[in-house]
Design a protein around this ligand. Sequence first.
Ligand SMILES: Cc1ncc(COP(=O)(O)O)c(C=O)c1O
Length: 386
Amino acid sequence: MSAIRKLTPFAKEAKQKGLKVYHMNIGQPDIDTPEEYFEGLKNYHKKVLGYEPSEGIDELRSAFSNFLGKNNIDYSPEEIYVTNGGSEGLLFSFLMICDEGDEILVPEPYYSNYNTIANSCGVKLVSFETFIEDGFHIKSKESIEKVITSKTKAILYSNPSNPTGVVYSIKELQMIADVAHENNLYIISDEVYRELVYDGIKYESIFSIEKIREHLILIDSLSKRYSVCGSRVGMIATKNKNLREEIVKLCQSRLSTSSVEQYSALNLLKIPTSYIENIRDIYQERRDVVCGILGKIDGVKIYKPEGAFYLIASLPVDDAEDFCKWLLTDFNINNETVMFAPAEGFYMNNEVGKSQIRLSYCISVKDLEKALHILKEGLRSYNNKN
Ligand SMILES: Cc1ncc(COP(=O)(O)O)c(C=O)c1O
């Protein structure tokens, strides 16, 4: 069951009772989808909605290539394949490098849908731990090496990370690259939040490390940066010729991705980079508000996330899932309450995450302030009751 949606039935009941629920459980941007996207839809005038090439339309593969080039990530259009969101790119990666029973390493906590994809492919995820005290940065090369087995095929991570917001430094990426290089592993670099990096930190993709390029699979998506989660446009890229042959087969197995969406996506990739910089500033302000408020709540432990729009907070409760559920079923302030994702589902070792929540800051500053006030008062009331 998805950690993000597990408590949805309780949120639904709360709404049926007439409560307003602030959703800090899900990474669904609230920012308006750019007008350019809808113009793209309106200007789609083909008479027949036919299949498009399985690999994606040439124009979009070129547009992705240009877009990545601006970040010094150099893939030719032929090395890029359009997918149904980053999710399908991840699925393709698992399918093409793993046999049933093979293992993929992930820093823990990790994006919970990696589990869903692994399960559907018969792949086992194996985690290496990162800790809230370190802002979820990778401790050492050894921490990764010690979980490698003869079945390990790849190292997978999201950078910036969902659910922690950590942005890996070039030193950490070098550790990953060294481990992969020395052990002949693939690297699946999930970069769907690439531009959402704060405090002037310069984003480095592992692509910059030349020696692993043949083993690198890059995943990207338009969902988050352009607020188009529903349009399902993403991509997978690799320099590895053998892998590209496998990707083509997988693309052909599902014939085509949406034609209309691909043409509309072209418009998004033409938007000046100042648009994304503006979005980044909005999220940075929200992150600062969230950290400022959480930092003042007794017993709540946080760190400052450097990117994406998520944060893991440790709460002064034994069972964060029970607390999150209670907020929806038994607590409100002026008929308003808040929904978080219990962090347990982002861990393999469930005990560690038991007192933690993952929250997303995809709602306005005003709503964040109200939602976190409910959290603060809720903690007081819950702990008095127990
Ligand atoms: C880390 C990460 N990777 C991939 C995805 C997949 O997004 P999409 O399939 O919408 O591109 C998400 C969505 O939340 C995510 O958080």
